[in-house]
Design a protein around this ligand. Structure first.
Ligand code: HXC
Length: 280
């Protein structure tokens, strides 16, 4: 399925043989001591991981496979030391018409990243620009390498962010910095990204990926069922009023009492032992 494989073939291969499947634009593995962290590395180095249609489709298939994989409890998406991703593919977009974009719902499938139930960590080294920054922001946690640079430079190309940049960046860093970045195209570095709340931790370049996998292992050691509820509840904070969000949280909290894992977690605490979650 390496080169111009049809989507169905690729999907079938991914579903039946995720670890062995050869993709064209990404590297897909399971990492961590217990192989419970799904790992996706964007791998289009000549174009600084520009997110062409084929690459984003492959990311979607890999996410489908990890979502269906009972061993996987968290997912890491990363790029190279030089670039997480330098944006949507400008060469692919250059001659597109409005009719093609609107009629074909251009970029709609990118949304798959933000609908995954399992927690997703973006490990960002180098450039995360335009769609690259938006891809990172679709993830649940962003870790950055010391040399990372984040930006929404679409304005310099005569367009605007189209995969959530104006919305997620504003929620993450506040109006003034988001406006400044979107209107000037200026980038911010890893320290500023941390200070503004866009990323939660900054690591030396060569430690970033292993730290992200470690974080994924920590998450994967918890109940997958309950992690999905926690993720749903936090994400609701971006959609709902405080009263609605608190009500949803309470319902999900109550729902954890329907799981074996909640009973196991509290029993393990009382018995002074480590909990063993069964995702039930
Ligand atoms: C296609 C890209 C690309 C992109 C880099 N390349 N970014 N190709 N789409 N977004 C290609 C270059 O054409 C070049 O290939 C190779 O990658 C190396 O890039 P250079 O420019 O030679 O490298 P450098 O001088 O180090 O500059 C790095 C850079 C610059 C600052 C990241 O490449 C750059 O400004 N890229 C564009 C960033 C950007 O505007 N992103 C937003 C895209 S719009 P060749 O073969 O030509 O030498 C977007 C819209 C999102 O994301 C809307 C919804 C998703």
């Amino acid at each position: 399925c390496v080169n111009s494989c049809c989507e169905v073939d690729l999907l079938l291969k991914v579903r039946t043989q995720p670890a062995l499947c050869q993709y064209e634009y990404i590297i897909v593995e399971k990492r961590g001591e217990n192989k419970n962290v799904g790992f996706i590395q964007l791998n289009r180095p000549k174009a600084l991981n520009a997110l062409c249609d084929g690459l984003m489709k492959e990311v979607g298939y890999a996410l489908d496979a990890f979502e269906a994989d009972g061993e996987v409890g968290a997912i890491v998406i990363t790029g190279s030391d030089r670039a997480f991703a330098a944006g949507a593919d400008i060469k692919e977009m250059q001659n597109r018409t409005f009719q093609e974009c609107y009629g074909g719902n251009f970029l709609a499938h990118w949304n798959r990243v933000s609908t995954v139930k399992k927690p997703v960590i973006a490990a960002v080294n180098g450039f995360a620009l335009g769609g690259g920054c938006e891809l990172a922001m679709m993830c649940d946690i962003i870790f950055a390498g010391e040399k990372a640079q984040f930006g929404q430079p679409e304005i310099l190309l005569g367009t605007i962010p189209g995969a959530g940049g104006t919305q997620r960046l504003t929620r993450a860093v506040g109006k003034s910095l988001a406006m400044e970045m979107v209107l000037t195209g200026d980038r911010i570095n890893a320290q500023d990204a941390k200070q503004s709340g866009l990323v939660s931790k900054v690591f030396p370049v060569d430690q970033l990926v292993s730290e992200a996998v470690k974080c994924g292992e920590k998450i994967a050691a918890n109940s997958k069922l309950v992690s999905a509820m926690a993720k749903e509840a936090v994400n609701a904070a971006f959609e709902l009023t405080l009263a609605e969000g608190n009500r949803l949280e309470k319902r999900l909290f109550h729902a954890t009492f329907a799981t074996d894992d909640r009973k196991e977690g509290m029993t393990a605490f009382v018995e002074k032992r480590k909990a063993s979650f069964q995702d039930k």
